[in-house]
Design a protein around this ligand. Structure first.
Ligand code: G6P
Length: 610
């Protein structure tokens, strides 16, 4: 949520900052800005709307210099206006700052500063921080100490980069609760909230931890805590490549990522399935062998799509591993009194590894004694580092705001964890073999499901004028209904609701009429006959039924208005296939409605505020 880029070195900063912002735009895109320093003067450029508008501005009026900071915003405090766009500059015009996160005590600090005569320009909480730094700097004349003192005074979360006219070759960056990565080049440094903005320049990076601060300049990198205690940082190598962040001929990242799924599912399973297909090897779980063996309960949590994956995980853990499992919205977990019994395994699911609510939930359950495991895609992300053990998805960066390939890889990893836990208990070799053999075949079957694309596109053209849709599923496909509804909401702004199919008759059935497409997920599993009965109920009320069904199912063709067939598989794995046509349906409906698929309004890829 919001993207930060900073550069100091010998190259033209403006270009590097702008290219970085373009790569970060999926994190927030309602306004953007940059400031460079040239001959002691700030060159400040800001635009409301997309980064392209900033691009147009700097094409005419370039920001010169070899040092600068930039930001793309997802508004929290204050509308997406030019005044509210970052970078913010202090009253005296000497200190500039970009900020991700939220300053919770901004009102009291603002009143204090206003009483001291400081004049504010924006409505943002972020400006309070730069004004506070500027105010302290006026008093002390020591920039670094002023940044430290200001950061001690603020409550909330931040990832910041500070540039000061009086220190024309130095950037100061610090974090608490909002990610920052330092890229190490030849006599140059990059700072970003996200590896995607750095990878074009260097693969050598340092991840800042909470409460750390770095000075980047001619003397190299000095890392300390915010309280000035020295810290040792190690250099990591980025695993992503620039190519992975490009469109490579696809119209949108979302479509590209939908099509990447056969490969991403192969990658997520690579080296993890035993050749005899009776067990899995999850290297990332070796740190919690004891906890896995003693696990009495599991608690799965995440937000958005990751929460839907958790709901499917609940079926898998209970059925394959016989472990009582509960699922929580990460955002709700910490506001209850979560009772963590001895032997609880807490599994945090997050594509980005930075979602603030999921991270807060990790910290909460850790404090209460749970063993924590992360199912995360972004290597080196905060959740990956703060969980005691973890399994990376290894699917490359996911850039489309609507999650697709991360969802299916999360499901695949959850199947592997459930089998691993099951094999330590009562899951027989034969049953494990059947599941894992089938899991091996899933990427090919996903490839086959993707051949539905043209059919789905035609169907979307037929349906996308309708504003309200229902998605129904049972058992393990109930969360798929939730995910299908979320996908179409996110990218096409069609209102959709996902329900357990049987719940429809307890209220939502009142809405069904010929103008309400009803998407029913109806693979041939033990719920099949009941789902057919629900289809009949919709038909009797003139609803339009779009069924997602198993290839070769001729019965359903008689009942549904449209059928999208996916290959047969065992019921536990069917979400990996039934979700594919739903992703395509959301994508094509959005394109046909003229939506900006990769940058849907009001959303952000990585939500680092609570
Ligand atoms: C945002 C994204 C969703 C995502 C959710 C959780 O809302 O728009 O697509 O599912 O965050 O993100 P995470 O990175 O934790 O999986």
């Amino acid at each position: 949520m919001c993207g930060i880029v900073g550069y100091v070195g010998r190259k033209s900063a403006g270009e590097i900052l702008l290219n970085g912002l373009k790569r970060l735009e999926y994190r927030g895109y309602d306004s953007a800005g940059m400031v460079t320093l040239d001959a002691g003067e700030f060159q400040l450029r800001k635009a409301s709307g997309r980064v392209q508008r900033l691009n147009d501005q700097v094409t005419v009026d370039p920001a010169l210099g070899f040092i600068g900071i930039a930001h793309t915003r997802w508004a929290t405090h204050g509308r997406p206006t030019i005044d509210n766009a970052h970078p913010h500059v202090d009253d005296a015009g000497r200190v500039a700052l970009v900020h991700n996160g939220i300053i919770e005590n901004h009102s009291s600090l603002r009143s204090f500063l206003e009483n001291q005569g400081v004049a504010f320009v924006s409505e943002t909480d972020s400006e309070v921080l730069v004004q506070l730094i500027g105010f302290l700097y006026d008093q002390t004349g020591d920039l670094l100490e002023s940044v430290r003192r200001a950061l001690r005074d603020v409550q909330g979360t931040f990832g910041i980069v500070v540039l000061c006219q009086d220190a024309p070759r130095t950037l100061i960056a610090a974090r608490r609760g909002s990610p920052l990565i330092i890229g190490l080049g030849q006599n140059e440094f990059f700072v970003s909230s996200d590896a995607g903005a750095i990878v074009a320049h260097t693969s050598q990076v340092v991840y800042l931890d909470d409460n750390e601060l770095v000075c980047l300049g001619p003397e190299g990198m000095q890392a300390t805590t915010i309280d000035a205690a020295p810290v040792e940082k190690s250099v990591a190598t980025l695993e992503i490549s620039v190519e992975e962040t490009e469109l490579n001929g696809f119209a949108h990242h979302m479509l590209k990522e939908i099509y990447e799924q056969p490969a991403s599912l192969r990658n997520a399973a690579r080296g993890r399935l035993a050749t005899d297909e009776t067990s899995v090897t999850l290297g990332g779980l070796t740190q919690c062998e004891r906890e896995l063996a003693r696990c009495q309960r599991a608690l799965l949590f995440g937000c958005g799509t990751a929460w839907h994956a958790a709901l499917i995980g609940e079926y898998l853990f209970e059925e394959l591993a016989s472990i009582p499992t509960t699922v929580e919205y990460a955002s709700e977990l910490r506001y209850r009194n979560p009772l963590i019994e001895a032997g609880t395994l807490a599994v945090a699911i997050s594509q980005s590894g930075e979602t603030a609510d999921t991270l807060a939930a990790v910290r909460e359950v850790k404090l209460r004694g749970a063993a924590t495991v992360g199912v995360v895609n972004t290597v080196g992300s905060t959740i990956a580092r703060e969980t005691e053990a973890g399994i990376y998805l290894h699917i490359g960066p996911e850039i489309g705001v609507a999650s697709t390939k991360a969802f299916t890889a999360q499901l695949e990893v959850l199947v592997m964890i459930a089998v691993d836990l099951g094999r330590r208990r009562h899951l027989s070799t034969q049953r494990a073999h059947r599941i894992l053999r089938e899991l091996q075949q899933i990427p090919d079957k996903v490839e086959h499901a993707l051949t539905l694309n043209t059919q789905v596109q035609r169907l979307a053209a037929d349906l996308c004028e309708w504003d309200n849709w229902l998605y129904l599923g049972r058992g393990v496909n109930f969360p798929v209904a939730l995910e299908g509804a979320l996908k179409i909401k996110e990218v096409s702004y069609i209102h959709a609701e996902g329900l357990p199919a049987a719940e429809m008759k307890h209220g939502p059935i009142a809405m069904i009429d010929p103008n309400m497409p009803v998407v029913v997920i109806a693979p041939q599993d033990h719920t099949y006959d009941k789902v057919l009965a629900n289809i009949e109920e919709v038909r009797s009320r003139d609803g339009r039924v779009i069924a997602i069904a198993t290839e070769g199912d001729h019965r359903i063709e008689q009942l549904a208005d449209h059928v999208l067939f996916v290959p047969a598989t065992i019921s536990h794995l069917s979400p990996l296939l039934t979700s594919i046509p739903l992703q395509l349906l959301a994508y094509h409906s959005a394109v046909l409605r003229g939506r900006d698929v990769d940058r849907p309004r009001n959303l952000a890829k990585s939500v680092t505020v609570e």
